[in-house]
Design a protein around this ligand. Structure first.
Ligand code: SF4
Length: 64
C-alpha cells in the first residue's frame, strides 16, 4: 500500500487522524494533514482505507 496526500485539498477536518492515528497527524498551526507513514504495514490498511473514504476533502489517495 502506498499513500499520497494532497495538502491543498485538506480542510483540516481531522477524520483521518481519528481513524488511523499511527499513519496521519495534523500540523499544530493549521490542522493540515501530516503523513507519518506513506507505506504502512498490513495491520493499518483497513484503517487507512476507511480514512480515505471518510475524508471530506478526498485528500487521501491509496494505491494498493
Ligand atoms: S480527513 Fe481529509 S481533510 Fe481531514 S485532516 Fe485528514 S486529509 Fe485533511
Amino acid at each position: 500500500m502506498q499513500i499520497t496526500i494532497d495538502e491543498a485539498k485538506c480542510c483540516g477536518a481531522g477524520q483521518c487522524v481519528l481513524v488511523a492515528p499511527e499513519v496521519f497527524d495534523q500540523r499544530d498551526e493549521d490542522g493540515i494533514v501530516v503523513l507519518l507513514n506513506a507505506s504502512p504495514d498490513a495491520a493499518q490498511h483497513a484503517a487507512v482505507r476507511e480514512a480515505a473514504t471518510i475524508c471530506p476533502a478526498a485528500a487521501i489517495q491509496v494505491r494498493e
